[in-house]
Design a protein around this ligand. Structure first.
Ligand SMILES: Nc1nc2c(ncn2[C@@H]2O[C@H](COP(=O)(O)OP(=O)(O)OP(=O)(O)O)[C@@H](O)[C@H]2O)c(=O)[nH]1
Ligand SMILES: [Mg+2]
Ligand SMILES: [Zn+2]
Length: 308
């Protein structure tokens, strides 16, 4: 039988077959994987798999093989770049859920996420949740993001997951797609999924709201089918994105506004930091590249130097 992984705990999985039936599945023995894989988890949500039924009444199954992935996104441990955890596979869109307060998402975090998605060739967008509690400073940041990101190909959706009437534009945008929702703990990923998928009840920390850091209400990735036949993937909150393995010189390839100017730099391995005749630095000075983005570029550049 063929199916798709809808939930992954690392030791067992929920698999959905082609007729829409769900199975509790495990890996037994050696899994047939005919592509290179170097991750701490062999299977992730979104993986297409082959399975054998173990017990029809108990609806248990054994996963025997994984199909090659059209794409995947990996979380690299910021402390150990060799520890790679696949967050999800075979998605159409990676969505960064941000909030301006409770908790605050920095533009540095947003840009790290976008670089990661770009490095994996996955389209991305930004949802700014909790707009019902924006103060004046946050309004200004949101306005800046709306100026910076959409022209780069990253739409920005200001929403409030607790006010479903604000979700129309975003839910139209993700119609029929399989989308990954990622972001810090407490930004409202699970709340948003509850609003988008009627009838499910994913765990949301409703008692105290966001107050203490690192509460991590969602602990496993799980995919849910939306009414239009798309899918949304809820993931545990992340603090930091370690970067995939690439060289400093490559970083600007994953900033679309820099990528298109690279031919203008004098040196073809220009890092756009202190090299002379640099088209990127000129564009920052001319206001064609946002200073915010350039600042984040430099900070990511610096972290690559430290890691590799
Ligand atoms: N004011 C306001 N609060 C919200 C909104 N969306 C979610 N919240 C609250 O934010 C808190 C955290 O929401 P969750 O959906 O659990 O956040 P999460 O991103 O899934 O968090 P983790 O599972 O820990 O990664 C809850 O108390 C929600 O009620 C919103 O639009 N406005
Ligand atoms: Mg959650
Ligand atoms: Zn340059």
């Amino acid at each position: 039988m063929e199916g798709t992984v809808y939930k992954s705990t690392g030791t067992w999985y929920v698999v959905r077959d082609k007729e829409g039936g769900y199975w509790d599945a495990r890996i037994k023995g050696k899994l047939k994987i005919d592509f290179e894989i170097k991750s701490t988890n062999p299977l992730a949500v979104g993986d297409v798999i082959a399975f054998d039924i173990e017990d029809t009444d108990k609806r248990t199954a054994i996963i025997t093989a994984v199909a090659p992935r059209s794409n995947y996104i990996v979380r690299v441990s910021p402390r150990n770049p060799n520890q790679k955890h696949i967050i999800a596979a075979n998605m159409d869109l990676a969505v960064l859920i941000a909030s301006m307060a409770e908790p605050r998402t920095s533009s540095g975090f947003v840009d790290r996420f976008l670089v990661t998605a770009a490095a994996y060739h996955i389209p991305a967008c930004i949802v700014v949740n909790k707009v019902d509690i924006l103060d004046e400073d946050s309004e200004a940041i949101l306005a800046l993001w709306k100026r910076i990101y959409p022209v780069l190909g990253y739409p920005v959706f200001p929403v409030s997951a607790t006010h479903p009437e604000t979700l129309q534009a975003f839910s139209d945008f993700i119609a029929h797609k399989t989308v990954l929702l990622s972001g810090h703990s407490g930004v409202g990923k699970s709340t948003l999924i509850n609003a988008l998928v009627p009838g499910i009840d994913t765990k949301v920390n409703a008692i105290s709201g966001w107050s203490r850091k690192g509460q991590h209400t969602t602990t496993f990735s799980e995919m849910f089918e939306t009414p239009d036949g798309g899918n949304v993937i809820d993931t545990p909150g992340i603090k930091e994105f370690g970067l995939v393995n690439f060289q400093q010189e490559e970083l600007s390839h994953y900033f679309p506004e820099m990528h298109k100017l690279l031919n203008g730099c004098k040196f073809n391995n220009c890092k756009h930091y202190n090299e002379p005749d640099c088209a990127i630095k000129d564009a920052v000075v001319a206001g064609e590249i946002s200073y915010e983005r350039y600042k984040n570029y430099l900070s990511i550049l610096d972290s690559i130097e430290k890691t590799w």
